[in-house]
Design a protein around this ligand. Structure first.
Ligand code: CU
Length: 75
């Protein structure tokens, strides 16, 4: 178990329903520990076990939920 945190910039979320969809999709992904989605600031912060999933998998999950996404610079 190696917990890492990644921030994804998400375009296309227009309401809390969209934010909830992104949250649900990420939470359903094996290896995801914690999800925080901001509708106003258009991002998702995801903590995950990188032995179980990868940032590219998480990007695919968000895209499959119907949104445009890219990795944000980590601070
Ligand atoms: Cu919506």
């Amino acid at each position: 178990m190696n917990l890492v945190s990644a921030t994804f910039h998400i375009d296309g979320m227009t309401c809390q329903g969209c934010a909830a969809s992104v949250t649900r999709a990420l939470e359903a992904t094996p290896g995801v520990i914690n999800v925080a989605v901001s509708l106003d600031d258009k991002y998702a912060i995801v903590q995950y076990d990188d032995a179980q999933t990868t940032s590219s998998t998480l990007i695919a999950v968000i895209e499959n939920a119907g949104f445009d996404v890219r990795m944000s610079e980590t601070s």
